[in-house]
Design a protein around this ligand. Structure first.
Ligand code: SAH
Length: 356
């Protein structure tokens, strides 16, 4: 079989040969666009497994959260929005719970991959989902009830590195046949916040302008139209220092600079930066915490017990899935949750009262 990545490797190599090294963010953006456009990466046979693929309980908890806040806000006309819905599993589970609560929202999916759009369209056929290339085309006339799981970590990051000559942007060049990350030539000191400018040599600051831009747009819409959002991802509650770029292929970490477009490239999400973007765009932050604590606060253990009671054969796998989602040694602590809402909406469930 042809190597499906040949064109991307060649294209990067040609661009670098003609124009010089390319920004890391461009490398990550094009590699991931290629990666997601050509496959369904989820599941045991794929490259990685996500929370909604582990258990229906994950989507049920998130759907319950949306239904609860929308009903208390008196906003039965809101639409369901999901960013990067994968196979559509989270939407299916969330929408089932919302329906049980009397909500049948129109469904809007922001998805870049044609392969995954097809999978989502099939799984969610009963909901006639509308697809969007970006958040800009989402409806403007009604509240937005938004979920995003493992979406922000796939967006391209920019890295700035402190060298002996000052701050530089990380770019991708070539050493022989291999792609290598190196500091670029142009001074970037002005792009570094004053407080961090004197960091020691070799310090890397990673930022995700695409994530902040998407959050600003969505939070601005929620502030105007009403609505609420949950973003779940692996990352940090406080801004961090250093590179978190990684590549995963067939459930193993690989080198992000080998075979671009053939492995899933991700970076840790900076939840403090996302929350700041949301607040600046006019939203209230209802909470930031770990996935484990959040799901337990929403009652996932009770749901697991009910599923186990209903089907004795399910007791073991349900218990295992629960442990995987909430245990601190597994996904419970590594994954974080950010909840936000319009200021005139009630406080979302699962967290202590709002930070104003
Ligand atoms: N939320 C799903 C899938 C996570 S994988 C789950 O939890 O199982 C990342 C998802 O984001 C995929 O659906 C991918 O195609 C989508 N995606 C990644 N970058 C994107 C972009 N820039 N624009 C739109 N969708 C994107």
């Amino acid at each position: 079989m042809d190597r499906p990545d040949a064109s991307l490797t060649d294209r990067f190599a040609r661009t670098i040969a003609h124009l010089g090294p390319i920004p890391l963010a461009q490398y990550m953006s094009e590699a991931n666009a290629h990666y997601y456009a050509h496959r369904d990466p989820l599941g045991v046979a794929g490259d990685f497994i996500t929370a909604p693929e582990i258990s229906q309980m994950f989507g049920e908890m998130l759907g319950g959260w949306l239904a609860d806040i929308a009903l208390r806000a008196g906003a039965a006309n809101g639409c369901y929005v999901e960013l990067g819905p994968g196979r559509g599993t989270l939407a299916r589970d969330a929408l089932r719970v919302m329906k049980g609560a009397g909500l049948t929202p129109p469904v809007h999916l922001v998805e870049g991959s044609p392969v995954l759009r097809k999978a989502q369209g099939e799984l969610l056929a009963g909901y006639s989902p509308a697809f969007h290339d970006s958040v800009d085309s989402l409806p403007e006339d009604r509240p937005l009830l938004i979920l995003a799981n493992e979406f922000f970590d796939a967006l391209p990051v920019r890295q700035l590195i402190r060298t002996g000559e000052g701050w530089r942007e990380m770019v991708v060049g070539m050493a022989g046949e291999r792609f290598v990350p190196v500091p670029g030539d142009r001074p970037m000191d002005a792009a570094v916040p004053d407080a961090r400018r004197d960091a020691p040599e070799h310090t890397i600051i990673e930022v995700c302008p695409a994530a902040s831009a998407i959050m600003r747009e969505l939070a601005g819409r929620i502030a105007k139209q009403g609505g609420a959002m949950l973003a779940v991802d692996y990352g940090h509650l406080q801004s961090f220092t250093g590179s978190s770029l990684q590549a995963v292929r067939a459930h193993r970490k690989t080198d992000p600079f080998t075979d671009p477009g053939e492995a899933d490239l991700t970076a840790h999400v900076d939840f403090a930066a996302l929350a700041q973007a949301a607040q600046m765009a006019g939203c209230r932050i209802d909470g930031m915490g770990t996935q484990g604590e959040f799901l337990l606060a929403l009652g996932i253990a009770h749901r697991a017990a009910a599923l186990a009671r209903a089907n004795a054969n399910a007791a073991k796998p349900v218990g295992e899935a629960l442990d995987r989602l909430v245990s601190p040694q597994r996904m419970g602590t590594l994954f974080k949750v950010l909840a936000l809402a319009a200021h005139d909406w009630p406080q979302g469930a699962g967290f202590a009262p709002a930070v104003q």
